[in-house]
Design a binder for this molecule. Structure first.
Ligand SMILES: *[C@@H]1O[C@H](CO)[C@@H](O)[C@H](O)[C@H]1NC(C)=O
Length: 239
């Protein structure tokens, strides 16, 4: 039972309590802000501020993905040019035996599917892409923070959209969940330059990636020129 109040309501007392609780309320509001970023936990990786909810974040990402002008450019002027560049990246990975014809491959944040088409052209026929907006038949609908696949589905995963992850630990966690043991993940990231206005995080070194890949070992790093992204980093799942 709630005890009944004996004293009459005192406005003076009420406002005094309110006033005294202001510092506490300020403290609380700052707490919720800092817990939504990982920048304290991982030096070298900063989450961009300004996302008040997961929905505002998704809406902003959709704005780029659904932009009709961009989609048209991706499917026409950019199509062959990008496929050629990705084909040469994937050919290199095949020479190093990090990617095989029989690999089951996933491209994360595949837009209209140039990477998936490039995978197929180098002989990896069992390839699929995910993005927030599907682009059949190469790309199905899927959120990289919650991949629409079972555990241990793929032998190879590629992504050049790490900078769009609002929750980098989920982005990488989902890759490790859906990769088989021995599977390879290749990321193209921007380390020495800033990426676009739709990015949700900024990476200042590869160290945070080393920490986020908890069940994988670093295979190699090299400089690349990949559409504004400068570094290719390869991990292999070991347990
Ligand atoms: C892989 O696929 C490509 C393209 O279809 C083909 O040229 C190549 O011979 C295949 N490699 C192997 C090892 O089967």
């Amino acid at each position: 039972m709630i005890p009944t109040q004996t004293k009459p309501f005192s406005p003076k007392c009420f406002f005094a309590t309110l006033f005294l609780s202001i510092p506490f309320l300020i403290f609380l509001s700052q707490q919720t802000f800092t817990t939504t970023t990982t920048s304290d936990v991982l030096p070298g990786l900063k989450i961009r501020p300004g996302y008040t909810s997961y929905d505002t974040y998704i809406q902003k990402q959709l704005k780029k993905t659904l932009n009709p002008k961009l989609r048209e450019v991706w499917k026409t002027r950019d199509w062959e040019r990008k496929i050629n560049v990705f084909t040469s990246f994937f050919d290199d990975l095949k020479r190093e035996k990090l990617l095989k014809n029989e690999s089951k491959a996933l491209s994360i944040g595949a837009r209209v599917g140039q990477e998936v088409e490039a995978l197929k052209r180098v002989g990896v026929s069992n390839s699929i892409g995910i993005d927030l907006v599907p682009s059949p038949p190469l790309v199905i609908k899927g959120d990289f923070h919650h991949q629409p696949f079972d555990d241990d589905t793929f032998d190879f995963e590629f992504s050049n959209v790490f900078d769009h992850a609002l929750y980098p630990e989920k982005f990488i966690g989902e890759i490790e969940r859906t990769l088989r043991v021995g599977g390879v993940c290749v990321l193209h990231v921007a380390v020495s330059r800033r990426s676009d206005k739709y990015s949700a995080n900024d990476l200042y070194s590869i160290e945070p990636l080393n920490k986020l890949f908890k069940r994988s070992e670093l295979v190699r790093i090299r400089k690349v020129d990949g559409f504004g992204l400068d570094t290719e980093i390869v991990f292999r799942e070991k347990m």
